[in-house]
Design a protein around this ligand. Structure first.
Ligand code: C2E
Ligand code: MG
Ligand code: MG
Length: 481
């Protein structure tokens, strides 16, 4: 989404009379609000925040080594860099946020958030990420980084001047920390930010250092007790931190855009595992892989791909993911229906039209599509009609109380019945007890997955399990394995 240089409060421009104020209030070089307008707006926004109990974060940015760049390139190109920098900044912000040029290479952004100030760190990360792409100045690629300081209303101060002063202090801490980073003024927020930055930096190296590993959790057919396949779940063996669960790092991968590379690695590893199980005689075991919405909406494209897109009039944002998936299947000579992609409802709806077209194309190849965590988003059975869905996974939160809470039992039963009437298979997630197992079997649920059967396990342990069969903790009414 593209940001705006003017801030709006519930649709009303604070600076209404823009025409007459251009010289006084806007920077001639970048067209952004200038220092005077920045202060004026900040004071007004603070007043509104007092009434609406909003949280304001102010980001102060300083381009690292700008003076040196300016001297080397000459002032005309230095100006051009500032112009392009300001555009890049706007792309990282939302329409409600404000960006100003305070002078020289100093910029500031005002973010208004209804709750928490975590947003400011996310935006700062986004800006760092956006700067990784070099600028092009007269055909020459120029890379710059920025040091960012963040101060927050009301935590750090209640008045504009102190917020600015604190933000400046935080910015200098970023410089001291080695530039190309951000710091909060408040130490507690800073500690969190540093932890996240450390994690991001470690994640950047994790793939090349082979620190990711896939564990697999089996799924079982309720009618015959057969293991129908496994779900691949990523783990990160971070040196000094042990095995880290996906929920602790997937959002960082998404924010930094690393999810595309890691997601491709997951699909590739899963395909290699399918081939390994097949070649060792264990059998053709379908693997389902979790796909993040970001993998569908953002891809880094190389020149060849871009050319192919232009020549064939295909959607550029989708192609990379499709190519990666197709290549992984082809290189391992795998039947396409052995790979299943799990998408959550929210990732399906985020880019609905684009997602539908890519899913249709993948489905034509034979790849299975499932909706994960069903019931937790804006659940709508309309998806089942619009998207080419094969499987629906009922979220663990319903299964957890399915035998004790009549509402969860009713919802689960309704999902099973409706999915079946649309010819969609149902998998219950997070089955832990024999009571849940029996309930689901009685209601005609197709498959289950959960600790009752097995926890996610490394590939070699799954191999043993596939060879030896699963011993259920307490046999259900009729023996299944
Ligand atoms: P999910 O796809 O819904 O996966 C099921 C999660 O529930 C897994 O957590 C699994 O270990 C856990 N689980 C399974 N059975 C039980 C049970 O009986 N009881 C309880 N309490 N938990 C159970 P995990 O491995 O921590 O993964 C969490 C989420 O992280 C996944 O939810 C998925 O959304 C995401 N994820 C995992 N691997 C990947 C990946 O490779 N790529 C992406 N984009 N997301 C991933
Ligand atoms: Mg899943
Ligand atoms: Mg799930």
């Amino acid at each position: 989404m593209t940001g705006s240089s003017g801030i709006f409060d519930d649709g009303i421009p604070i600076v209404a009379d823009r025409q007459n104020n251009v010289d006084l209030h806007y920077d001639a070089l970048t067209g952004l609000p200038n220092r005077a307008l920045f202060y004026e707006s900040l004071r007004k926004i603070i007043k509104q925040a007092e009434i609406n109990q909003r949280i304001i974060s102010v980001l102060f940015l300083d381009i690292d080594n700008f003076r040196k760049i300016n001297e080397t390139l000459g002032h005309a190109l230095g100006d051009e860099l500032l112009r392009q920098f300001s555009l890049r900044l706007l792309e990282c912000l939302r329409i409600r946020d404000m960006t100003a040029r305070l002078g020289g290479d100093d910029f500031a952004c005002i973010l208004v958030t209804p709750d928490g100030s975590g947003d400011a760190g996310v935006v700062a990360s986004k800006i760092r990420e956006a700067l990784r792409q070099p600028f092009e100045l007269q055909g020459r690629p120029i890379s710059v980084t920025a040091s960012i300081g963040i101060s927050v209303y009301p935590t750090d101060s209640l008045d504009a001047d102190t917020l600015v002063k604190n933000g400046d202090t935080a910015m200098h801490r970023s410089k001291k920390a080695g530039r190309d980073t951000y710091r909060f003024f408040t130490s507690e927020m800073n500690a969190r930010a540093i932890k996240r930055l450390d994690q991001e930096n470690a994640l950047r190296k994790a793939l090349d250092r082979n620190e990711f590993v896939l564990h697999y959790q089996p799924k079982m057919e309720l009618s015959g007790g057969r293991i129908t396949g496994v779900e691949a779940l990523i783990r990160w063996n971070r040196p000094g931190h042990g095995s880290i669960a996906p929920l602790e790092f997937i959002s960082s991968l998404e924010q930094t855009g690393l999810i595309n590379r890691v997601g491709a690695w997951v699909i590739d590893s899963a395909c290699r595992q399918i081939a390994a199980w097949r070649d060792s005689g264990i059998g053709e075991i379908p693997i389902s892989v979790n796909v993040s919405g970001r993998q569908f909406s953002q891809s880094t494209l190389n020149g060849d791909v871009i050319r192919a897109i232009q020549e064939n009039d295909v959607d550029p944002e989708m192609l990379e993911f499709e190519l990666q998936t197709e290549r992984a299947l082809r290189e391992n000579s795998i039947d396409y229906d052995l790979l299943e992609l799990e998408l959550t409802e929210s990732s399906l709806t985020a880019h609905a039209n684009k997602t539908i077209s890519i899913l249709r194309r993948l489905k034509v190849l034979g790849i299975q599509i499932s909706i994960d965590d069903f019931g937790t988003g804006y659940s709508s059975l309309v998806y089942l009609k619009r998207f080419p869905v094969d499987v629906l996974k009922i979220d663990r939160s319903f299964i957890m109380n399915v035998t004790t809470n009549p509402a969860d039992a009713a919802i689960t039963t309704a999902i099973i019945d409706m999915a079946h009437s649309l010819d969609v298979k149902v998998v219950a997630e997070g089955v832990e007890t024999v009571e849940q197992f029996d309930f689901l079997r009685m209601r005609g649920c197709d498959e289950i997955q959960g600790y009752y059967l097995a926890k996610p396990l490394p590939a070699n342990e799954i191999s043993e399990l596939l060879l030896g069969g699963i011993k259920l903790p307490k046999p259900a009414q009729s023996p299944l394995v």
